[in-house]
Design a protein around this ligand. Sequence first.
Ligand code: SAH
Length: 216
Amino acid sequence: MTDTFEAKGKRKKLVAELRQKGISDEEVLRAIDTVPRHLFMDPAFLIHAYVDKAFPITSGQTISQPYTVAVQSSLLRVKRRDKILEIGTGSGYQAAILAEMGAKVYTIERFRELFVKAQSIFTSLGYSADFFYGDGYDGMPQYGPFDGIIITAAVAEVPEVLLQQLKTGGRLVVPLGDSNSQVMTVVERTGPDGFEQSEHGNFVFVPMLKGTVNGK
Ligand code: SAH
């Protein structure tokens, strides 16, 4: 798989658009400028890859809108070598952004088909992350605690199990709400039993669902 001159040019325009929309974290913008988003989508949809929109992938799921990826990545406040857990691998694009930013990424997906596909794209691009097929509601206690946890699917309530897998000072970034609309929420762990919550605008995600799906 190859990146192209044309795609690189389109990414520069996308980065300029994201700046205009208020994204200011230079590391996030650099990662978006670097990661070839079109390779995470069906090749037939190349023309849509650098438009600031979500797009369908397999299994009825979506690759998040670049603006949404930028907001969530900024809110995580990723530092190099941070351990980040992602719930909802999907296409693998968000995980690649975090890997490009120097994070050690653990990512979980409930659809086997997506888990397999995202992993193979990742490897062919030379990124590394730990991929898991499973239910993100359980988190990854064996690899925690984490500096950051990012949920890329909508939940009605913050999953308590995941809060317990955050380090003190760690941040969980999650779209909270019903299936129509969610509020991007950050829960920061301030101590063993202390959590502080803040809100960062409205978004729409596919729902976080229980259990796994094996097969097509
Ligand atoms: N981060 C993705 C966006 C994926 S959309 C990207 O960059 O492309 C949300 C994903 O969350 C879907 O693939 C969906 O299958 C997955 N998901 C939903 N509930 C889940 C759960 N309980 N555990 C793991 N993944 C889940």
